[in-house]
Design a protein around this ligand. Structure first.
Ligand code: G3P
Length: 253
């Protein structure tokens, strides 16, 4: 019942800003794209999501069939639990023919509302589904992107996100970050609104360099997020400050 409240027909909602009629959906999309250096977690492990969501630094979650399989759970139970934590952007992957992906994408959007981003593969059917779902006012993440040419087609199909797989490109001795850079630069030159969501990230260095190379979002395993806090000099410095605090206390006490 609450779901229907979360999933209004946003395409039909509009309002006036300084006398100009604006679609609420377009406005919300614009608003979410203002936030820079967005951090997503790439996992279906809800215990870890809960733990790291408490930091207030997590902007969204990406899942895929492999991550859901590893969780051993029903995907929709996982999505519901993530939604209940207040996470506003959850990538939910669909498979099959274009028609099947459209049907499933619409169903998931109707069930989970505005937090749902429908993830489709970078295939002919995936892009047909992307166009249709985008027309319906649903955010689409086109996944399994390995080349700028694919990112051009996905942007033309109205993708909200494209997900280049940095680690899997690196595995093939192709510089994954170069692909991120070329897509980001291309979208900037052409003024395309599609956001680059850097995926298949296995180290802090690849995450940081993704943003440096123009990615709007980086999705990473929780272990990589955890390592973003770390620096040996922070630990060392804190050790000295803690010791000096104790000295101050004993001096004045
Ligand atoms: O989001 C896609 C990502 O999960 C793939 O990562 O490490 O399996 O290449 P990986």
């Amino acid at each position: 019942m609450a779901e229907s409240v979360d999933a209004p027909d946003l395409k039909s909602v509009d309002f006036k800003v300084v006398g100009v009629q604006v679609s609420l959906l377009a406005f919300l999309y614009k608003l979410t794209s203002i936030l820079k250096m967005k951090i997503f977690l790439d996992t279906a492990d809800t215990e870890l999501i809960q733990k790291y969501n408490e930091t207030g630094l997590i902007d969204g979650i990406t899942t895929n069939p492999t991550l859901i399989m590893k969780s051993g759970r029903d995907p929709e139970d996982v999505y519901q639990e993530i939604k209940d934590m207040g996470i506003r952007d959850i990538s939910m992957e669909v498979v099959g023919s274009a028609d099947e992906m459209i049907e499933e994408g619409v169903r998931l959007f109707e069930k989970f509302g505005f937090c749902s981003t429908i993830k489709v593969p970078m295939t002919r059917d995936g892009l047909m589904a992307c166009s249709k779902l985008t027309d319906e006012g649903i955010r689409v993440n086109v996944t399994l992107i390995f080349a700028a040419a694919q990112a051009i087609l996905a942007a033309r199909a109205g993708a909200y996100y494209v997900s280049p797989f940095v680690g899997r490109l690196d595995d093939q001795s192709v510089a994954g970050l170069e692909v991120v850079r070329s897509i980001s630069e291309l979208y900037r030159i052409q003024g395309a609104p599609t956001q680059v969501l850097s995926a298949s990230i296995r180290s802090v260095q690849r995450a940081v360099r993704s943003w440096y190379n123009g990615a709007n979002v980086v999705t990473m395993p929780p272990s990589v997020f955890e390592q973003m806090y770390d620096h040996i000099l922070t630990d060392k410095g804190l050790e000295i400050f803690d010791r000096d605090c104790e000295t101050i206390k004993s001096n004045i006490g």
